[in-house]
Each structure stands twice: as C-alpha cells, then as structure tokens.
Design a binder for this molecule. Structure first.
Ligand SMILES: O=P(O)(O)OC[C@H]1O[C@](O)(COP(=O)(O)O)[C@@H](O)[C@@H]1O
Ligand SMILES: [Mg+2]
Ligand SMILES: [Mg+2]
Length: 357
C-alpha cells in the first residue's frame, strides 16, 4: 500500500474549523469520536464469524425486531466512545427505547448524538454491506442532561450528519452543511482519507430501488410510479429503468450518492397506525440532509422530510429520496392522489382517513 499525500479526516476537520474562528472545537470532537467508533465497528464487522460475532442476540429492540449480536456491540461502541469526552450532553439510539443518560461523573457537552449503530443488520449474516448512521443536533440546554423532547428536532436543525459503510472498503460520508465529502479508511494507516470531495447526485436517473414484495400495500401514487418505471420504453416514461434492492439503507444511499438513483420505502396500508418502515430521527433525517447537501431531494412522498417535526424518538415515516427529477415526480403523483377515485369510490373514501405526513 502506497502512502498518499491526500488529506486525512482529522486534517479535513482542522481545515473546516478555520472557517469558523468562533468554534471551540467541540463539533470536531464529536466527529472524531464518531469516526473512531466507526473504525471499531468496521473491525468488529470484518471479524464476523471468526470472533463469533454473527447471529442473533437474546433481546429485541423497541421496534420488536430481534437484535443481532453486532447491533448490540455497535451500540455499545458508539456509547463508550462518546460518553466521556465532554462533547455530547446525551445520546439516542435505535437500540435503546429511551435516550442514553451519561453517567453522573462525566461532563455534559453541547451536542446531542442520535444514531443507528448498525443499519441493514439483516444483511450481517450473509456478508452484505451494512453501515452506521448518525445525526448531530445542538442540545437546547448545554452542559446538563437533555429532556426527551430535546431530541425531537426537525432535520433542518441538524448541525452535521453522516454514515459509515462497511463494504468492500469502509467509508465515512459526512456533511456539516457545506457539501458532502467521503473518506475511505486506509486499514493499514488506520486513517480515513478524503477520497471524494463535494459529491453531487445527478438530477436524472434510470435506476430505482424499492422492496416490491410490499406492492400490495402501496398507495396508488407509488403503484403508479413503479408501474410506469416497469413499463420502461413502452410506457409513458419512454425509457427503460433498472431496479435494485439491498435492504441496507446505507448501501442504497451510498449508491445513489455515487451514481444517482431513487429510493422508496413509502408509507403503505399494511398497518394504518405506522406511517412507514424507516425511522425519522436517526435514519431519514441524517440521510435526508446528506442527500439535500448533494443536490438531491428527500421527501416523505408528501413533503420535505427535514421539515417534519418528530413526535416520538422512534417514529417511522415514508421515505423517498435521490435524484431530484424522480423525487419531484413522485411528490407530484402524491399531490395528484388516486386517479382511480372516480371509478372506485370505496378506495377514495378510505383515503380520506389517511393523514399525510
Ligand atoms: O427488509 P426490508 O423491509 O426490505 O427493509 C429494509 C430496510 O430496513 C433497514 O434494514 C432498517 O435498518 P436496521 O437494520 O437498522 O433495522 C434499512 O436499512 C433498509 O432499508
Ligand atoms: Mg437502520
Ligand atoms: Mg440498525
């Protein structure tokens, strides 16, 4: 492996801070700890079955999902590497029902850290890419324990967001509100190296990603959109589409940041009490900020996802994101509603009871 003269993650953070002379370096502190956590998780993921880390743990999470051993290990790594640095006031995780309260002896900082410690963990046992997602908010009351509602800030208020992907190479993808930059882990140096500066998502695409095993539950606008994609050059879109589904939000996001595309995990009719599958505060918001910062769009199908005010920490929501022209088209189909309404009054009537989110 050759040594490169490329910028390391740490050098990048130092450089970025120069543009904020008032900054004390606390944000860089959180980002450095998160990057270290991601390196440690990458190592655990890579060891996999050699270290008996694959398979299920005994417990289930707040969503009723059986936790994997690596879900719990990754959660623990995030907490241990951030709790005693004095940069965060509190943390919230997919794997914990309530926000994590720092031990009494530790200093409380001025940021809140929300994370999905291991995303796509159903892929872990089959050696397919997984990742970690994080979102950083300002603590409304710095230096003290946060209240549960302090974590319920809309995504537009995020100070920084990103993910690590544990794939053929481990990468960290970050935004602090000034573009999206990607860093590739050099495993020998143990450093993230700036490999992609200012990622931009192409406006047009012919690639979509959706779990079509759910198609019988989809609302009409999603059925319409996917039907048109499937008809390809013989339908109204007049071009052929390709389809992907990895079942790992991080991996789908990474593909879209690298070469464009659109992702849908829409609100559906499977369970009227639950708006979608993905979680607003620690999945959709951070991914939404990255996508917008790269020139794409992130929506619930009905509105900009970053403007939704979370009602609960683990709230689920419909999520559509990626290349701008496709997301705008999908939003337009949602505005137009069910074009079969006039022929099917029963369907239209049921639609009245759905509250758009
Ligand atoms: O299995 P499905 O329904 O296709 O869902 C896949 C989605 O679930 C998730 O795996 C949820 O993430 P977790 O693994 O963190 O629970 C997303 O990454 C992915 O987009
Ligand atoms: Mg996830
Ligand atoms: Mg997870």
């Amino acid at each position: 492996m050759l040594l490169t003269d490329k910028t390391t993650f740490t050098e990048f953070l130092i450089e970025a801070r120069r543009t904020h002379p008032e900054a004390r370096g606390d944000l860089n502190g959180v980002l450095t700890s998160v990057a270290t956590a991601c390196k440690a998780i990458s190592r655990a993921v890579a060891h996999g079955s050699l270290a008996d880390l694959l398979g299920n743990a005994e417990a289930s999470n707040v969503h009723g999902e059986r936790q994997k051993k690596l879900d719990l290990i990754a959660n623990d790594i995030f907490i241990r590497l951030n709790e005693n640095r004095g940069y965060v006031a509190g943390m919230a995780s997919e794997e914990l029902e309530q926000p994590y309260r720092l031990p009494a002896a530790y200093e409380r900082g001025k940021y809140l850290l929300l994370f999905d410690p291991l995303d796509g963990s159903s892929n872990i046992d089959v050696n397919v890419s997984v990742g970690s997602i994080f979102s950083i908010l300002r603590a409304p009351s710095p230096g003290v324990d946060p209240q549960p509602q302090d974590f319920l800030q809309p995504g537009v208020q995020q100070i920084a967001a990103g993910y690590a992907i544990y794939g053929p190479s481990t990468m960290l993808v970050l935004t602090t509100g000034a573009g999206v930059h990607a860093f590739t882990l050099d495993p020998l140096l143990g450093e993230f190296i700036l490999s992609h500066r200012d990622l931009k998502i192409p406006r047009e695409t012919h690639e979509f990603a959706i779990n079509s095993s759910n198609s019988r539950f989809w609302e009409y606008p999603v059925q319409r959109y996917v039907d048109e994609c499937l008809k390809g050059s013989s339908g109204p879109r007049d071009k052929d589409f390709n389809m992907r589904w990895i079942a790992s939000l991080v991996a789908e996001t990474h593909r879209i940041l690298m070469r464009g595309g659109v992702f849908l995990y829409p609100r559906d009719n499977r369970n009227p009490g639950v708006a979608g599958r993905l979680r607003l505060t620690y999945e959709c918001n951070p991914i939404g900020l990255l996508i917008e910062q790269a020139g794409g769009c992130a929506s619930t199908g009905y509105k900009r996802v970053l403007e939704v005010r979370p009602e609960t920490l683990h709230q689920k929501i419909g999520f559509v994101f990626g290349s701008r022209s496709e997301v705008e088209r999908i939003e337009c189909y949602h505005r137009e509603g069910d074009m079969r309404d006039s022929e099917q009054p029963l369907f239209a009537q049921r639609g009245l009871f759905r509250t758009p989110a």
